[in-house]
Ligand binder design. Structure first.
Ligand SMILES: *Cc1c(COP(=O)(O)O)cnc(C)c1O
Length: 381
């Protein structure tokens, strides 16, 4: 903890997000280790799930990752500015008129439709070179991609694909977090059927959860996102990943209040005993989800103060929360001190569940107001 706080600006920072890049790399190696020597790409869309695309990509590149997926062309451009050589795939595909932007920044569209394929093919012909792209096949998610009848049906894409380098075919699982869901095998069968149309082309099927479904789901390249960032992607099994994201706020005020007093907006929470209440400097404007607040009827979320748990009481305000520190030794409570809201003691997955959401949303809602502080993944020797 002291090592972390050294990097924080004590006069300015009301909290911070500590990103453990060593843990990130360890999770990357764990996921790659689940496969038999597949290419392990990394999904770094939405600013690497809120943690900072540049730092995350640099660490993963150093760990041997050469293929990245982002959602938008702007994300891809930002990634390209810190990595001149990686293969960068853009999941949103190809917006109209965007092909030369992709060429300028050496990006690969994930082509989702016949129209996108036609545009890319047309551009390749004007450039007189087959440029790489992925084909996204929709095997049941019904969100993005070419229908399986467009791939394996009577009207093949052969002529449209002539001018393109199809570097990857891919599809995305809808229910991979649920290991025994019958939809997983259904999508797998469909993907295998499409794959026979492109027997020589590398194939990619698995996100984080898909990797843990086993080798049948791995194909040539896997695409983990959330598990890199420390969230266990299945709804079962042992959480074998390291904590990457640690969210800290600070103690602003500590005072004793009597039984019968209420705390926070709406006077929703009434103290049942004399209590030592501390106010912490993080609220929903920082991305601390408002649903984490508690009334007397609910069992509250906790924060950790020097390893002691303290429940969050009353509503979450924009910039503040109240915690009950009656059971924390007084010697551990000092104004200005840092308090863990998510991290090793308070897990991201538990916080997400208590907020009625998923870890993805908790991570990507973390506000830019909180500085990101990085623990390097390189040795300092
Ligand atoms: C976001 C995304 C991933 C990564 O999914 P995780 O569940 O975060 O591992 C992989 N593939 C596609 C197409 C995605 O949109």
């Amino acid at each position: 903890m002291e090592e972390i706080v050294r990097e924080v600006r004590p006069c300015e920072d009301h909290g911070f997000i500590y990103v453990d890049l060593e843990a990130l790399v360890s999770n990357y190696q764990f996921l790659k280790g689940q496969t038999r020597d597949c290419i392990c790409a990394a999904v770094v869309k939405a600013n690497a799930y809120g943690l900072g695309i540049s730092e995350v990509a640099k660490s993963l590149t150093n760990a041997g990752c050469h293929t990245f997926f982002v959602a938008t062309p702007a994300e891809a451009k930002e990634l390209r500015s810190v990595n001149a050589t990686a293969d960068i795939y853009v999941l949103d595909g190809l917006f109209p008129q965007a092909a030369s932007f992709y060429r300028t920044h050496n990006l690969r569209p994930v082509l989702n439709s016949r129209d996108e394929i036609r545009d890319w093919g047309h551009f390749c012909r004007t450039e007189k070179t087959p440029l790489p792209a992925a084909l996204h096949i929709d095997t049941g998610m019904n969100r993005l991609g070419l229908g399986i009848d467009e791939i394996a049906g009577d009207n093949p894409l052969d002529s449209e694909l002539e001018s393109i380098e199809v570097a990857l075919i891919m599809s995305h699982l809808a229910c991979a977090d649920d290991v025994s869901h019958p939809f997983n095998t259904l999508q797998l069968e469909r993907f295998e059927r499409c794959r026979t149309v492109f027997p020589e082309t590398p194939a990619s099927f698995a996100n984080s959860a898909g990797i843990l479904l086993g080798p049948a789901y791995h194909f040539d390249l896997v695409r983990p996102g959330i598990a890199l960032y420390g969230s266990w992607p299945l709804n079962s099994g042992e959480r074998a990943l390291k904590t990457v994201m640690h969210l800290y706020g600070r103690l602003v005020q500590i005072r004793t209040m009597e039984a019968g007093e209420s705390v926070g907006y709406g006077a929703d929470y009434t103290l049942t005993r004399q209590s030592r209440i501390a106010t912490v400097s993080v609220g929903y404007a920082d991305g601390y989800i408002r649903a984490l607040g508690s009334s007397n009827q609910q069992s509250p979320t906790c924060v950790a103060i020097a390893g002691h748990l303290a429940p969050v009481i009353g509503r979450v305000s924009m910039d503040l929360i109240a915690v009950d520190t009656t059971d924390v030794p007084q010697s551990k409570l000092e104004r200005g001190q840092f308090v863990e809201l998510i991290g090793d003691n308070i897990s991201l997955d538990d916080v997400a569940a208590r907020a009625g959401t998923i870890s993805y949303e908790v991570l990507t809602r973390l506000s830019p107001r909180l500085p990101r502080v990085y623990k390097s993944s390189y040795s300092h020797s």
